[in-house]
Design a protein around this ligand. Structure first.
Ligand SMILES: C[S@@+](CC[C@H](N)C(=O)[O-])C[C@H]1O[C@@H](n2cnc3c(N)ncnc32)[C@H](O)[C@@H]1O
Length: 336
C-alpha cells in the first residue's frame, strides 16, 4: 500500500488555524475579529502594538493569516520564476507577526532553512511559534522581539520578506526599514494591501531598493520607473483564499472563497530574468478573443487582443490569469 502523501504547508497551516479557535465561543471569536477590523480602520501607525493579547492574535491569525499567506505565496511564486534554480539559504521575516510569510516561503521552496521572524508584538510571536510546531520545516524558527525603527539593524539574509507591515509604520520608519533590508538582503519581497495607498508604499520601497543597487524581479518586467501615472491607477493582483467558517461568520454570505488584493515588489542582487511582460488586470474573455492588459519592458502599459487566429497563443491566453507572465513560459515537459 502506498503511504499517504505528506500534507502541503498550505494544508498544514489550514488545519493548525482551524484548531486555534477551538473552545472559544463563536460570538467571542467574531467580536475579536470585529475589534481588529475596527482598529485597522483607525489611525495607523500606532505607538504600541495593535496585537495586544492572545484573543487579538488568534483573531488575526484565523481571520487574516490565510489571506496574507496566499498573497505572499503568490508574490514569491512570481519571484521564483525570475530566479530559476535559486533557493534561499535562509529567511528573515520582518514584522512577521504570526509567521504567514515563513509558511509561504516554505510552501515555495521545500526543505528546511534557518528562519527568523521579527516583530514587536510578543503575543503574535508566541502564537506564531505555536502554529509553526505543526510544520517540521518551521519548528526551529527563531521568534524574536524587535522594534522596527531608525535603530533597527538586521543580520544578513538570503531572503527578507516584509508583508503587510509598511502600512503600520511612519514614513521615516518605512524608509529606515527598506534601507536596513537593502543592506542585509540578497533578495527582498515586499507585500502590501492592493489599494492605491498600498501600491504607493510599494513604489516608494521599489525606488529605494533600485537606488541601493537592486534589480526588480517581479511583478515589473523592468527596473525603470513604473509607467502608471500617479493617482490614475494602481498596480495590484489577486490571490484566491478559501474562507474559513470564521470568515463566513464575521462577513456573512456563503461563498467558499474570497479574493485577496495585494501589491508587491520582489527585488534582488542576484542575476534575474524578469517576465517579458505581465498581465496586470483580469483578462477579458470574449467570443473568439482574449483581451490582455500588459505591463511591458518599454516600459509601457498596453492592451493586446489575442484571437482564435493566433492558435496555440489563443489557447494559452484563455488559460492566462491576472498576474501571470506573458507570453507564457515554455512548458517544462521534463525532457532534456
Ligand atoms: C498586519 S500585520 C502583518 C503580519 C504578517 N507579516 C503577515 O503578513 O500576516 C503587521 C505586523 O507588523 C508588526 N509591526 C507593526 N509595527 C511594528 C514595529 N514598529 N516594530 C515591529 N513590528 C511592527 C505588527 O506587530 C504586526 O505583527
Amino acid at each position: 500500500m502506498n503511504a499517504p502523501a505528506p500534507a502541503s504547508p498550505a494544508d498544514t497551516l489550514r488545519s493548525a488555524l482551524a484548531g486555534l479557535l477551538d473552545g472559544l465561543p463563536p460570538r467571542q471569536a467574531a467580536q475579536a475579529v470585529e475589534r481588529l477590523i475596527a482598529t485597522y480602520r483607525g489611525a495607523t501607525p500606532t505607538a504600541a502594538p495593535i496585537l495586544r493579547d492572545r484573543a487579538d492574535v488568534a483573531a488575526y491569525a484565523a481571520y487574516r493569516m490565510p489571506a496574507t499567506f496566499e498573497a505572499v505565496r503568490s508574490a514569491l511564486a512570481a519571484f521564483a520564476d525570475a530566479v530559476p534554480g535559486w533557493t534561499p539559504g535562509d529567511h528573515l521575516d520582518v514584522g512577521g507577526g504570526t509567521g504567514a510569510a515563513a509558511w509561504a516561503v516554505s510552501a515555495t521552496w521545500g526543505g528546511k532553512r534557518p528562519v527568523t521572524v521579527l516583530d514587536w508584538a510578543e503575543p503574535a510571536l508566541a502564537l506564531g511559534r505555536e502554529l509553526a510546531a505543526a510544520h517540521p520545516a518551521l519548528t526551529d524558527t527563531r521568534w524574536q522581539r524587535s522594534r522596527i525603527g531608525t535603530a533597527l539593524t538586521l543580520d544578513d539574509a538570503d531572503l527578507v520578506t516584509v508583508s503587510y507591515v509598511l502600512n503600520e509604520l511612519t514614513e521615516g520608519d518605512r524608509a529606515a526599514l527598506v534601507d536596513a533590508v537593502a543592506g542585509a538582503a540578497r533578495a527582498v519581497v515586499i507585500v502590501e494591501p492592493g489599494t492605491p495607498d498600498g501600491y504607493a508604499r510599494v513604489i516608494e520601497a521599489r525606488d529605494r531598493l533600485i537606488s541601493a543597487g537592486f534589480r526588480v524581479a517581479a511583478p515589473c518586467p523592468h527596473s525603470a520607473a513604473c509607467p502608471i501615472v500617479p493617482g490614475t491607477d494602481w498596480c495590484h493582483f489577486s490571490a484566491r483564499v478559501s474562507r474559513s467558517s470564521l470568515h463566513r461568520q464575521v462577513k456573512g454570505g456563503s461563498l467558499a472563497y474570497e479574493d485577496e488584493k495585494f501589491s508587491y515588489v520582489a527585488a534582488t542582487r542576484l542575476p534575474v530574468s524578469p517576465a517579458p511582460a505581465r498581465v496586470v488586470r483580469r483578462p477579458q474573455i470574449r467570443k473568439g478573443q482574449v483581451l490582455l492588459d500588459l505591463c511591458e519592458t518599454d516600459p509601457a502599459l498596453r492592451r493586446t487582443t489575442v484571437t482564435k487566429r493566433h492558435g496555440d497563443l489563443y489557447r494559452a491566453a484563455r488559460d492566462t490569469d491576472w498576474g501571470d507572465p506573458w507570453p507564457p513560459p515554455p512548458a517544462d515537459d521534463g525532457e532534456e
